[in-house]
Structure formats: structure tokens, C-alpha cells
Design a protein around this ligand. Structure first.
Ligand SMILES: [Zn+2]
Length: 420
């Protein structure tokens, strides 16, 4: 009987070309599967999903469907590779298409999140600067099933010292009539940390170095320390925008957790600095493509542009080679360069292997953000967050951006057009 239902489901799937969201169970068959960055791949494997969880993974010959009779979506993944769902640890749920989220139609939010995130395989993202109230509305509409999108962790409004709102953010704020708060004392900062965490923030972002028209504005160290202490007391990580050498110093001396960018303005990172970062278990989000995008925006000469990229790549290379923790991130939502291909190519140029890049997309963020017991890998009992690629990213790193399906909590939230 069981077999019959599974067979029937397969037939239906063939007949209706596997309509998504039609069944709550999903089976991926004949896939190449990387269960984790350190395990050998499984060839011709099957992954069985029920109620948002992975129930089984193993060879297609011996791994069978669920022991219950219900309709199942079966996806043939011949020629495709499956990894745990990707994380993007530096995004902004803060572009024009995502504002006023309580008033815009679900289709607009879904399409915006699709073009920016889900079509690139992201099942979880860390929003490192937005309007917390607006992001909470988007999260709720996604959780209610009304909007399709990734799981969103957020810092809400970033922490800027007085006069420290970056010059490049101001036109966007003006255009959209948004006023972001700044802080003038440590006491005020601590109160705001409490408030933001109470309102649902999963972390806190500080601008240790803000780029202004007349140079880099550095947050006072005692203010940064007060913010970090309070955030840690409340169990929240601190992400830092460094900009330059002094900004990196504020991050390290304040005890912050994660650099949200490399900092090409700070010059090559020395072995001594790398050692301090490693000892502090600092996480690093490279956002290498950003420096290319910004140099082009500033009409830098090709030589100067290359110089910025090389400096960014050197810093990632040094930290990754030393065994520092790397978290994949691209700063989309601030930039509109949604295509992730260049980021993967530059990460390879920095000497990162396929396994290291996969770790930066899965196990590292899951560990860093306290979710590794149920996220970041493919195993029985884990969240059914999966990314399915056309081809094999271990043989061509660009395949990481050729996403066929994005599966979150066992539901297909993105499906590439078959002719793509
Ligand atoms: Zn950013």
C-alpha cells in the first residue's frame, strides 16, 4: 500500500510537473549530496522530508519514502547537487521594494526576496541593518506563509555614534523620509540595546568606523565596550562595520564577535593582527564583491579598482589560511548586485577550497549563531533547509550560484524555470 501511494505520488508529480506547495512531504531522489563540508559526497542519494524535517538521507537504492500514506512531491535530482540550505550572513532587508511592508502586496515582497535572496539559494539570512519594525512585519508575513522567503535574523537599526551615519546611506534615507537614530553616550547606547533586543533583534550592529565626507568617524571605544557588554549579557552577537584599521581595533578591543566586512583601507593584515583575531574567535564576513561594486560606483580607474579587490582578497586569504572563521555574505539590499557568482570566484582566489566555502555558507554560520544542532547540515532530524544546484560546485565554484531549487522547512520556496 505504502509503495502504491509513493508510486501514485510520483505519477501525479510527473503529470502535474511537481507543483510546489501541493504536498507537505518532499523526496529528493538521485542527487549528489554533501551532507556536510567535511564528509565525502553521497552519489545517487535520496533525501526524505516530512513536516519540515529531514527524516532520512542515504543511497537511493535503500532509502525509501515515508511510512505513511499521503501525497508526496518527488523531485528527480539527476545531474544536481544538494547541500544544506545556504546562509547569507550580511544582507539588508532595507531597500525600496521592502519598505512599508505592512502595506505592500505579498507578491511584491515575495518577488523582491526572490530576486535578492531565494533564487541564489539562501534559506537563512542575517540582516545587518534595517528598520526593525518593518523587518518584523516581513518576518511575520513569511512565517504566516503569505510571503515566500528565507528565515530572517536581524539586528534592526544599526548603532551609529553621533555624526556617524555613513555618507553613502544618506541619499537613500532622505529619498525615503527615514531618520535613523544615533547615540551620544554609553548609557543611551545600553538602553537602546535593551530596547532593540526586547523588540526582537537577534544581534547588534555597530559602526566602529563610519565613512564620512571628511574621513572615517570612529566610535569611542568606551561606547563600543558598553554596547558589547550589554548585548553579550542578553546573549546577542555583535557585528561590526570596521572601515579602517582604527575600526578593526575598536572591534577587537571592545570584544565584538564579527567583522561584517574586510577592511581594504586598513592595508594588508599582519600575522600579529590575524593572530589576535583568531585568539578572539572573530568571525569574518568578507563581502569582497562590495569593494568592486563601490570602486565602479566611484568611477575608480581599472588599476585602482583592482587594487581594492586585491587588498580585500589578501585579508580574506590571510584569515582563512590561519583557520579563522569565515561567514559568507554579500551586503545585498545595500548593493543591488544580487548575483553571487563573483563572490565565489573571489573567495576561491583568496585560496578557499570548495569545502571551506561550503562551510562559510552552512556550518560556520550555524555554529556562530547557535543553531548547529538543527541547521547547517543534512542528517536525520535536521531542519529541511536545502539548496539544490544544477551541476556540482566542487568541480566548478560558479555552480554555487546556479540554483535549481531552494527548500526551506521542507517547502520549495524557489524553483528555477526549467529552461534556465
Ligand atoms: Zn551592509
Amino acid at each position: 500500500m505504502r509503495v502504491f501511494f509513493l508510486f501514485l505520488a510520483s505519477m501525479l508529480c510527473g503529470a502535474f510537473s511537481c507543483s510546489t506547495g501541493f504536498a507537505s512531504d518532499l523526496i529528493l531522489i538521485h542527487a549528489k549530496v554533501y551532507t556536510s563540508p567535511v564528509e565525502k559526497s553521497l552519489e545517487d542519494a535520496t533525501i526524505v522530508i516530512h513536516d519540515g524535517q529531514i527524516r532520512a538521507v542515504g543511497p537511493s537504492k535503500t532509502t525509501k519514502g515515508p511510512h505513511f500514506a499521503r501525497l508526496v512531491t518527488v523531485v528527480d535530482c539527476t545531474g544536481m547537487t544538494v547541500t544544506a540550505g545556504l546562509w547569507n550572513s550580511h544582507v539588508h532587508i532595507f531597500n525600496a521594494g521592502l519598505l512599508h511592508a505592512d502595506q505592500v502586496p505579498a507578491s511584491q515582497l515575495t518577488s523582491q526576496l526572490d530576486s535578492m535572496l531565494t533564487r541564489w539559494g539562501f534559506t537563512t539570512v542575517f540582516d545587518t541593518g534595517s528598520l526593525l519594525g518593518n523587518t518584523n512585519v516581513i518576518r511575520k508575513r513569511i512565517d504566516d506563509g503569505e510571503v515566500k522567503g528565507p528565515r530572517i535574523l536581524t539586528v534592526g537599526e544599526p548603532f551609529y555614534a553621533k555624526g556617524g551615519i555613513p555618507v553613502y546611506v544618506e541619499p537613500f534615507l532622505e529619498e525615503n523620509h527615514i531618520q535613523l537614530p544615533t547615540i551620544s553616550s554609553s548609557a543611551e547606547a545600553v538602553e537602546r540595546v535593551k530596547q532593540q533586543v526586547n523588540d526582537g533583534a537577534d544581534g547588534i550592529k555597530i559602526f566602529a568606523g563610519s565613512i564620512e565626507a571628511d574621513g572615517v568617524h570612529i566610535m569611542p571605544l568606551d561606547m563600543a565596550k558598553a554596547i558589547v557588554t550589554e548585548a553579550h549579557r542578553l546573549g546577542r552577537p555583535i557585528l561590526v562595520h570596521p572601515s579602517n584599521e582604527q575600526g578593526v581595533e575598536v572591534a577587537l578591543q571592545s570584544g565584538a564577535d564579527i567583522l561584517a566586512h574586510v577592511a581594504p583601507m586598513s592595508g594588508p593584515w599582519t600575522p600579529a593582527l590575524i593572530e589576535r583575531m583568531k585568539t578572539a574567535h572573530t568571525g569574518l564576513i568578507p563581502t569582497l564583491t562590495l569593494f568592486d561594486v563601490e570602486a565602479k560606483k566611484a568611477h575608480a580607474s581599472p588599476e585602482e579598482n583592482q587594487m581594492w579587490i586585491d587588498a580585500a582578497v589578501q585579508q580574506l586569504r590571510a584569515y582563512s589560511a590561519a583557520g579563522g572563521q569565515i561567514l559568507f555574505g554579500t551586503d545585498v539590499g545595500y548593493t543591488d548586485h544580487y548575483d553571487t557568482t563573483e563572490e565565489y570566484v573571489l573567495m576561491s582566489k583568496a585560496g578557499m577550497t570548495f569545502a571551506q566555502i561550503l562551510a562559510s555558507l552552512t556550518t560556520n554560520p550555524a555554529e556562530r549563531f547557535g543553531r548547529s544542532s538543527h541547521s547547517g547540515g543534512i542528517a536525520k532530524g535536521m531542519d529541511a533547509d536545502l539548496t539544490v544546484f544544477d551541476g556540482d560546485p566542487s568541480t566548478d565554484i560558479k555552480v554555487f550560484s546556479k540554483v535549481r531549487y531552494t527548500v526551506r522547512d521542507g517547502k520549495i520556496i524557489y524553483q528555477a524555470h526549467p529552461s534556465r
